[in-house]
Design a protein around this ligand. Structure first.
Ligand SMILES: Cc1cc2nc3c(=O)[nH]c(=O)nc-3n(C[C@H](O)[C@H](O)[C@H](O)COP(=O)(O)OP(=O)(O)OC[C@H]3O[C@@H](n4cnc5c(N)ncnc54)[C@H](O)[C@@H]3O)c2cc1C
Length: 524
């Protein structure tokens, strides 16, 4: 395809910005980190590739918040944690997260609940702590229902009120290292023709989930994913390239939801049971059930789906709504300790990329902000000059894509990648499939590096995201090869049994030189 680059879009300008703490991503974790770090006196910038008012998986609301409230769950937090991890949902979502991190999260979660309630995100229902859903009957109720519809606006306003600077429309695409630590990060503006170089004493990664690696539930529509087109695991890819630890990318997770709509809400749906002849059988949805469900589905971020159903006259009390399994989601995490520190000095992570769900994102964002602000007080002075070579290399990468006059666009590369992931690292994996898939992925990467073209800054953003996805895809392949067993959704017919020796262990991967190094370690 031929682009408008032929008309001479020119070279990208460079803008240099200095700060103490750089929050990469203005989602739930990033904003909470910014608020806390600012409160403790650090100069804070949030670089957000969209707009913090409506970006990320929490953009349209959430409605259940995992937390520990002693007056509800009893005084024994350890017992509560054990009970929480009994259920498959939390066990899988938090796989790869240290028990120390989970404990610190639970210990602090009630404070965050009270804080949000004070800020105007209503955490009570009809004056009480309402725990519902997300647990099997008879099990402990782990998730607090809360009204998250306006959470992004409230957190954005709070961050600005505290004095954090929010730079919307900036995508960070690589970390800058020197003297063994972090000296900043480089980004592009997603609208204007420029790169933005940040000099920062501490960087907090809060870039969220990986939603675009496997084909979406509706083929051909890359944006038809529940989380969002722009959630491409950038933090995981960046830390991997920077030599930090990523854990467990080989174990996937899948959600279900209304067919073709790619909207979550499976915890809140109350349907009408049907017999094999499609005849409705009880229990029936009462009006009270219906009102309750609608209230929470709005807060869970499903307004667009509900509007559509209304327009089409679909009433779940009368009409069956089909569900389907959605796309595969790699569960890999950035490894953090209880202070939210990653394995790279000065680099912190929080949210979906190191834990899963809104409660952990909010709480660990706060913890990351607190520790980063403390760290920068005594952090060594920075010398960005040492990262100059890397900055130039990264500028050239972006400029090449921007100035090519002909070539495939990001969609072609991304769809090819999704195809490879589905066919070679999908629901069935074997040594033969994984070896073949990895070699195809490497061929695709070489081709993408040599030919990918971006006609404008928006496409450049998508291209850089696709490069990140290629790295994450590679991590999935390498780790899936190493996990010679079947476990969860990692099905290997060549190793059909679950290896009990791997219980409680995670597969850590880091780049040493240009080579990935893998290590099994106990998660504790
Ligand atoms: C419809 C829906 C309902 C949900 N309901 C619940 C629920 O009720 N309870 C629950 O526990 N969880 C729920 N979740 C999940 C929950 O929303 C996430 O766990 C939470 O938002 C994660 O917060 P985060 O800060 O890690 O990531 P996000 O909130 O996704 O934010 C990540 C941010 O980083 C930005 N970003 C990414 N890469 C870059 C980059 N390279 N440079 C700059 N910016 C970048 C993104 O634009 C985004 O704003 C739901 C998810 C969906 C989609």
């Amino acid at each position: 395809m031929k682009g408008d680059n032929a008309m001479g879009n020119g070279i990208l300008m460079e803008e240099l910005i200095e700060t103490d703490v750089l929050c990469v991503g203005g989602g739930i974790a990033g904003l909470m980190a910014a608020i806390r770090a600012r409160e403790l006196g650090a100069k804070v910038i949030v670089a957000e590739k969209g707009n913090t008012l409506h970006s990320g998986r929490g953009r349209a609301g959430n409605d259940h918040f995992w937390c520990y409230i002693p007056e509800v769950h009893g005084a024994d937090m350890e017992l509560f944690l054990k009970e929480c991890l009994k259920g498959p949902k939390l066990r899988l979502m938090q796989a790869g997260t240290s028990m120390k991190v989970l404990r610190a999260f639970l210990e602090n979660s009630f404070d965050i609940v009270k804080l949000w309630d004070r800020w105007g995100i209503s955490m009570k229902y009809q004056g009480r702590w309402e725990f519902a859903g997300h647990s099997f009957p008879g099990d402990v109720l782990t998730h607090l229902k809360y009204a998250g519809l306006k959470q992004k606006r409230i957190l954005t306003e709070k961050a600005l009120e505290k004095g954090a600077e929010i730079m919307n429309r900036v995508m960070i695409y690589d970390l800058l290292r020197a003297d063994g630590g972090i000296v900043g990060a480089i980004g592009i503006h997603t609208r204007e023709k420029k790169v933005v170089v940040f000099q920062a004493k501490a960087v907090i990664l809060g870039t969220g989930f990986v939603d675009r690696l496997y084909p979406p539930p509706v083929s051909g529509w890359l944006a038809s994913v529940a989380g969002g087109l722009t959630l491409t695991g950038d933090g995981r890819a960046m830390i991997y390239r920077a030599g930090g630890d990523v854990v467990g990318p080989e174990i996937p997770r899948r959600h279900v939801g209304p067919r073709y709509f790619s909207r979550y809400g499976q915890a809140t749906w109350v349907g009408v049971l049907r017999d094999p002849q499609d005849k409705p059988i009880g229990p029936y949805v009462t009006n009270e059930d219906y009102e309750y469900m609608m209230y929470w589905m709005v807060h869970e971020g499903n307004s667009s789906l509900l509007e559509f159903m209304k327009e089409e006259g679909i009433d779940i009390r009368r009409h069956p709504v089909e569900f389907q399994i959605y796309n595969m989601l790699p569960e890999g995490k950035i490894w953090i300790n209880e202070r939210a520190e990653t394995s790279v000095e000065g680099l912190y992570a929080a949210g979906d990329e190191s834990m899963g769900g809104i409660g952990p994102s909010a709480t660990y964002g706060w913890i990351a902000g607190e520790n980063a602000a403390t760290y920068v007080k005594d952090a060594p002075s920075l010398d960005l000059k040492k990262a100059r070579e890397k900055i130039e290399e990264k500028k050239v990468l972006a400029e090449k894509m921007r100035t090519r006059e002909i070539g495939p666009d990001w969609k072609e590369a991304n769809i090819a990648l999704q195809q490879i992931m589905q066919d070679y690292a999908g629901s069935v994996r074997s040594e033969t499939l994984l070896t073949a898939g990895l070699s195809y992925l490497q061929m695709l990467r070489d081709k993408a590096d040599a030919t990918l073209m971006a006609r404008n800054q928006w496409e450049l953003t998508r291209c850089l995201e696709t490069r990140n996805l290629l790295d994450i895809g590679e991590l999935v392949f390498i780790a899936a090869q190493e996990r010679r067993e079947s476990r969860g959704l990692h099905n290997r017919p060549d190793y059909p049994f679950t290896d009990p020796m791997l219980d409680g262990k995670g597969l850590f991967i880091r780049k040493v030189g240009e080579q990935p190094v893998l290590e099994w370690k106990a998660i504790n």
